[in-house]
Each structure stands twice: as C-alpha cells, then as structure tokens.
Design a protein around this ligand. Structure first.
Ligand code: L34
Length: 292
C-alpha cells in the first residue's frame, strides 16, 4: 500500500507556480490576484479560506479576503460580485460555499463573470468542461486528476466508481474520469439511492468517495489492489483533541488501507490539492490563458 501525499504534492506544485510568477513579474507582467468572499463563520469554511490566503502567499499572488456576516442580503452579495467582476486588478475570485440558507447559491454563481470564475462553478465553465473545451475546472476534481497523474496511476480503461453526485465534486469528477484526455476510464456514479452501491464498489479499480459520510467505505466494499481517493472532510467531535474535533474521511482508513495499492489520507490528501488547483486556475486567469 502506498500513501498518496496530497500535502507534499501541493507544496511542490505551489513552488512551481511561485517560480513562474517570479518570471512573469521579472518580465514586467502582472502579479496574479485572487479575491475570496467569506460569508458567516462556519468553522470549515474559515479554515479553508485561511489556507487559500496562505497558498496565495506561497505562490507569490496578491490576495484579498472580503468578509460578511451571515445576515448579509442576497442583494448585497450580488453587489459585491458585481464589483469584483468589474475590478480590473482582480484576475479571479471565489465565493466560499456553503452560503446561508436565505441566499440562492446558484444565483450568486451565475452572477460571477465566467472569465473570473476560478472555482469553475459557472454553467459556462461546467459546460465547456463537459465537452472538453479549455476552461476553469473545479478545484477538487482537478486536484484529484493531478494526484493520479503525478503518482503515475493508470486510469485508462479502468473501472472507476464515484460515490456522490454533487455539482462541485461528484458530477465534474465523473466527467473528467470518463474523458479521453483525463481519466479515460469506465465510470459509474453511485449515490444515496443506488441499490447496487456495494457491488459496484467491489468491482472498482478506483473508488472516489465524495459523500460526506464518515467511514462509509468499509473494507468489505474494496477489491484487493484498488486505488482509493477520499474526498470527505467531516468534523467529528473528539474530546482528546485540543480543537474538540478531528477530520474524518468517507473511508474507514484503518481497515481499507491494507487492501489498497494506493490511498489518500484525510487530512493531507485531497484537501491541499483542492487549494493548489485553485492556485493553478488563478495563475491561468492572470495569464488570460482561457479567456481574453
Ligand atoms: N466556492 N466553496 C468554493 N470553492 C471550493 O473549492 C470549496 N471547497 C469545498 C467547500 N466549499 C467550497 C473547498 O475549498 C471543500 N474545500 C476544501 C478546501 C481545503 C480543504 C478541505 C476542503 C483542506 O485544506 N483540507 C485539509 C485540512 C484542513 C483542516 O484542518 O480542516 C486537508 O488536509 O484535508
């Protein structure tokens, strides 16, 4: 069993990005600038956005953090998006999800200029991704593709089961894993209503778990030699930790790991790669790589 070290891979890629930014700036080009909008005080979101700001520093980007209380109106948030759309210094920006219930997330996503949508959540980017056109690809699926590639893991022609059908992970992951230029695999998507989920998993060469249920994937669901990618990061109460919680993946790591050829840990697996892919997208935005 080999552990897939997302943290080390992300650190190496951020160093590569920093090197490129140095060159760009030395040649008189513009320093990439990412803005992040954080609404409310969700513990997970606070941590992820803080990590994004730190990653910007590591890459030599400019970053701007815009914070609002949870009672911000949809109108006010749309005005903020509009301002960022028009701000010529901002190359890309994100609105961290989830948003408070009274705000329509889809409406916010669609208000973002797709040319600055470094999350790759806007329908134009989602659609272009689905048909294999240049675009911003959402960060978690892109991070996973990058990890598989960097570890030399063969995906072409393999049977890949994706657990979960969310817009930000499951669906785009399925698209990328089936496409010739990325996974080139045979893809099955399972979700909470799937009747043959366990059977599908047992036949899978690669399982990508993104359902947000701690320890959902158990050893009896995994074939010997399978590759396991764990996207879950659920905070589980843990009195032995100073923080009062620990992060738990969707995979019963302790019992599944011995059966695998490769497995990602939580933390230190997919999470850091999500952030590193956001940095890649921001660099591409700064270079106007996809859109003028
Ligand atoms: N708009 N909303 C928007 N874009 C995103 O790309 C996200 N996502 C998901 C939630 N909402 C979003 C993230 O940023 C999930 N996500 C994310 C980012 C980073 C990490 C986990 C999820 C991460 O850094 N995880 C660390 C542990 C961090 C901790 O201590 O809690 C890890 O090693 O897994």
């Amino acid at each position: 069993m080999q552990l897939i070290d997302g943290k080390a891979t992300a650190t190496a890629i951020k160093a590569e990005i920093a090197e490129e930014v140095k060159q760009i700036v030395a040649n008189g080009g513009k320093q990439p600038h990412l803005a992040a909008v954080l609404v409310g005080h969700d513990g997970g979101s606070e941590t992820y956005v803080k990590n994004k700001v730190l990653a910007c520093e590591a890459c030599g980007f400019k970053s701007t953090l815009i914070r609002y209380e949870a009672d911000i109106t949809e109108e006010e948030l749309l005005a903020c998006v509009d301002k960022l759309n028009k701000d010529e210094d901002v190359d890309g920006f994100i609105v961290q999800l989830p948003l408070p219930k009274h705000i329509d997330e889809q409406k916010i996503i669609e208000a973002i200029d797709y040319r600055k949508d470094v999350d790759g959540f806007h329908p134009i980017n989602v659609g272009r991704m689905a048909i294999g056109l240049p675009c911003f690809i959402s960060a978690t699926p892109l991070g996973i593709i990058t990890l598989l590639k960097r570890y030399g893991i063969e995906t072409s022609g393999k049977k890949c089961v994706i657990l979960g059908r969310s817009n930000i992970v499951g669906k785009p992951m399925a698209q990328l894993m089936m496409q010739k230029q990325y996974g080139d695999a045979t893809v099955t998507v399972c979700h909470s209503r799937s009747q043959t989920l366990k059977e599908e998993c047992r036949e899978a060469d690669i399982i990508i778990a993104a359902i947000g249920k701690p320890n959902f994937v158990t050893a009896d669901m995994v074939k010997d030699g399978a590759v396991i990618v764990d996207v879950g990061t659920t905070r589980v109460p843990d009195a032995t930790r100073k923080s009062g919680f620990r992060l738990n993946g969707d995979v019963d790591f302790e019992n599944v790991a011995p059966k695998c050829s490769y497995i990602t840990p939580v933390p230190g697996g997919v999470g850091p790669m999500t952030i590193c892919s956001l940095m890649k997208n921001t660099l591409a935005a700064g270079k106007k790589e996809y859109y003028k």
